[in-house]
Design a protein around this ligand. Structure first.
Ligand code: GLA
Length: 396
């Protein structure tokens, strides 16, 4: 079940993520060329105000998407997003390397624009993410030679990053993915061997939550990871959440990423996972949902180091009707299952259209993928309609 395969350079994954969620070159002028503070903030037109997935879900359930700058600088995309989704997660623009690439220099302009967009369109904002081993500047936890900083110095860097960021967005963000992907995929290892772990020790996770809480007593604080619903990794997730609660940390929700494949994991395994994770009595958020229909050698998840050199690319010319149907059934099955869990209070897709998905770059670079609910022309796919039907028939 361990999907870690070849340990390739971690930054490949980051590049893929940045490419994928920072705008679709074929559809958009490059938003990066226009300074963020000079771009208008588009708003949805009023006639669409009440259609879209966000209004079809039961009241307890928020439906969201991740997005990048190209999504809100293009009026067509911006309107689609505001119509369909009630919550927004920045794909890249609130990660440590985006907010404090250089020590002490915070750059909030792009992220602020997302928050403005969300507020103007009545969407919640999820902060993603305060501590992660990827897309984070090295100086946070390591010296110039790559050696771990002293515990005190690393703690101070982490505290300052977390508290400056959390205070900046205070009152405008509902919750933060405080720590992302801290659990190891390796059978004999509990926590992932990250720069933060090497410099601070296992309690860096508790500390990160405490720092965030000090900075904002009201904001929600989440632990977020991939495959923690899966049988091989769930016991470690149960242990981690238990340890956080025992240490007095108030975890507001557990974030299950949901980077799933067409045939894996089974709905039974997801159900087993959510059932056990729900025993803490905490809300469960599905935070990064997509369904990869392309073949790969690993078994799902989002380990950004698990890139593959080559892979089949069978749907370059289009996604056949039969595959559309299979994807639609998979999404409908997932939604039926999730709707049966009162603990699931948010489902966020990792993007919304096939043109900009990170899965065009991961685990194999440059494939033509079809994992999301809108196609490259931003038209709803059968998967979208299947979700609509499932939402409409959900018990209220
Ligand atoms: C992980 C991270 C996200 C994003 C995706 C891939 O799941 O949590 O921020 O980078 O990988 O796009």
């Amino acid at each position: 079940m361990n999907h870690r395969s070849k340990p390739v350079v971690a930054s490949l994954g980051s590049i893929a993520c940045s490419l994928a969620l920072s705008g679709q070159p074929s559809v958009l002028a490059d938003p990066q060329l226009v300074p963020a503070d000079q771009q208008p903030v588009p708003q949805a037109s009023p006639q669409h105000a009440k259609s879209g997935l966000r209004h079809m879900a039961p009241a307890r359930l928020v439906i969201g998407t991740a997005l990048g700058p190209g999504d809100i600088s293009d009026p067509v995309r911006a309107e689609l997003i505001a119509r369909e989704f009630g919550a927004l997660t920045c794909g890249n623009d609130m990660k440590p390397e985006s907010l404090q690439r250089e020590k002490g220099v915070f750059t909030f302009e792009t992220a602020d624009r997302f928050v403005d967009f969300a507020q103007q369109n009545d969407m919640k904002v999820i902060g993603h993410t305060l501590v992660w081993h990827s897309q984070a500047p090295k100086w946070l936890f390591e010296d110039a030679e790559g050696r771990p900083l002293s515990r005190d110095e690393a703690l101070e860097n982490m505290r300052n990053h977390i508290q400056t960021v959390v205070r900046h967005f205070k009152g405008r963000i509902v919750g933060w993915d405080v720590v992302n992907e801290a659990i190891s995929d390796s059978p004999n290892e509990y926590l992932r061997n990250t720069p933060a772990l090497r410099a601070i020790g296992e309690d860096y996770i508790v500390k990160a939550f405490q720092f965030a809480r000090e900075a904002d007593p009201d904001v929600e604080l989440y632990y977020n990871d991939y495959n923690i619903e899966a049988d091989y990794k769930r016991p470690k997730a149960m242990r981690l959440i238990r340890e956080l609660l025992d240490a007095g940390v108030k975890v507001s929700a557990i974030g299950v990423q949901g980077h799933w494949l067409l045939g894996h994991p089974s709905l039974e395994e997801i159900e087993r996972g959510l059932r056990e994770l729900s025993t803490f009595g905490l809300p469960i958020h599905i935070t990064e949902l997509d369904v990869d229909p392309l073949p790969r050698s690993g078994s799902g998840g989002a380990d950004v180091t698990a890139t593959e050199r080559a892979g089949l690319d069978p749907y370059r010319e289009g996604f056949p009707a039969e595959m559309q149907e299979r994807l639609a059934e998979r999404y409908a099955g997932i939604f039926r299952l999730l709707l049966g869990f009162p603990s699931v209070t948010r489902i966020t897709f990792w993007g919304y259209d096939d043109g900009t998905t990170w899965l065009n770059y991961f685990p194999v670079r440059g494939r033509v993928n079809h994992p999301l609910i809108f196609d490259r022309q931003l038209q709803p796919k059968p998967a979208y309609h299947a979700i609509v039907e499932t939402l409409k028939s959900a018990p209220r």
